[in-house]
Design a protein around this ligand. Structure first.
Ligand SMILES: Cc1cc2nc3c(=O)[nH]c(=O)nc-3n(C[C@H](O)[C@H](O)[C@H](O)COP(=O)(O)O)c2cc1C
Length: 183
């Protein structure tokens, strides 16, 4: 496809195409100047295992964006299938500190909020960032990983939440008994 043809793709068409991409739902959290910030995110991906690094793509308009920029840290909390309401709270039905009220949170190496009963949480320090269009891509070096509570991943596809019925409960710490800490 030539360059001009690529430019004919509009944002709505792009979003429509992306609805087919099933993704695990996470909460990206951070803290700055005594306040906690967090948002629902699916644009999360592994960058490298050596060194352990993850990428998150955050809209510059999201309240969490500038807080990550200033604090230079974030935690990626991978949600369980039971966390649909929590995901909704962190994507708009609640705001600010109210997003954190319904669950238990702790802190690890960086000080970013860690969801106590997430499937797994990755505590990261911002290593690099790149601006692209409406978003900033933050690459975080993973300083600590904890398993919260076993369960199934919360998935998002075609504008709906779901879980894979064919997958059993995820028992990550059981598979790697000496490698991950429980909260
Ligand atoms: C399932 C789902 C996935 C989302 N993934 C992202 C994402 O990866 N990056 C992003 O910037 N916003 C994403 N959003 C939107 C943000 O959650 C939302 O804009 C943000 O929470 C707004 O926060 P604010 O009210 O604090 O500004 C997603 C929303 C939903 C419902």
């Amino acid at each position: 496809m030539d360059k001009n043809a690529a430019q004919l793709v509009g944002a709505d068409q792009f979003r429509l195409g992306m609805r087919s991409l099933a993704a695990a739902v996470t909460l990206i959290t951070t803290a700055h100047a005594g306040h906690r910030y967090g948002m629902t995110a699916t644009a999360v991906t592994s960058v490298s295992a050596e060194p352990p690094a993850l990428l998150v793509c955050v809209n510059r308009k999201a309240s969490t964006h500038d807080a990550i920029g200033k604090s230079r840290m974030f935690c990626i909390n991978v949600l369980r299938a039971e966390h649909v309401e929590l995901s909704r709270a962190f994507s708009g039905t609640q705001s600010g500190e109210d997003r954190f009220r319904s669950e238990d949170w702790t802190r690890l190496a960086t000080g970013a909020p860690v969801l106590v009963d997430a499937l797994v949480s990755f505590d990261c320090r911002v290593e690099k960032e790149f601006a692209h269009g409406t978003h900033t891509l933050f690459i975080g070096s993973v300083e600590h990983i904890v398993a919260g509570k076993k369960g199934r991943s919360l998935l998002y596809t075609d504008g709906q939440y779901g879980k894979l019925a064919t997958l059993g409960e995820r028992v990550l710490p059981g598979e790697l008994p000496d490698s991950l800490d429980w909260i």
